[in-house]
Structures are given as C-alpha cells and as structure tokens.
Design a protein around this ligand. Sequence first.
Ligand code: SF4
Length: 146
Amino acid sequence: MSSPKKVIISACLLGEACRYDGKSKPAYHVSEAYKEYEIIPFCPEAPILGTPRERISVIEMANKALHVRGDESGRDLSKHLKFEVLSFLKEHHDVTLAVLKSKSPSCGFGTTPIFNIQREQIALGNGIAAQIFHDRGLHVKSELGM
Ligand code: SF4
C-alpha cells in the first residue's frame, strides 16, 4: 500500500490554541479537504515566543529588507523565526504542499500587512514562513478561498 500524500497546515487552522492571543482559528473545511492526506501541523511562532505572546509585524526597513519585529518591544525576531522554519523544513523535506493561515506575519501568503518603520501599512505580502516555503519550491495556499 502506498503511503498517503502529505500536507503542512498552519496549526491554528487545525484548532490548536497557538495564536498570539492564546486562541485558535479553526478552519475545518481545510482539514476536511485534506482528510486523505497525512496532515503535518506547523506553527513557527509558538515554539520560540510562547503563547500568548506579543503581536508581531512585518516591517520594511530603509534598505527594503523585510524584518519581523515585536509590536511593543521592537525586538527583531527574523533570525529566530527563519531558523525555526528552516529546521521544520529539514525535518519535512519530502512535503511539497502547505496550506497556511492568511494575514499572519509568519504564515500569510500574499495577505500579510507590510508596514514601514513609521508603522503605516504600505502593502500586502508574504509572512516569513510563507516566503521561505515558496522560495523552497513548495506549493503554498491560503485557507481563504478554499
Ligand atoms: S498563523 Fe501561523 S504562526 Fe500564527 S498561530 Fe497560526 S500557525 Fe502559528
């Protein structure tokens, strides 16, 4: 018997209470759509920042580079998040599909608010994890519109 296909899904969409506010954002239509797949839950923020935690945002710096920073502390979390995402991908290198939570600074795909250093929203773009997944060739989908 062949092994099931695999899909990475944002853990909060699966009902895990891993969001910054200690809540989840269940989207049962997503798990239903992939019920024949092996589902691999993914949340890069909770393991390194804890839950609940400070809100974070994607900021475009003066040199146009995108960094993830704490809204209150201003702490730059980009390196920590990147390390977490790359470690996850190393463990799950055989997975080619990811369904990620919209609007998140980590998981959003084309839906994440991007701010300038004055904290004005200047665009919608990708969260840090979604961008890395995309760069690594994964097919990334948002739960919106599914
Ligand atoms: S959107 Fe991503 S980083 Fe945020 S709680 Fe959900 S899985 Fe975690």
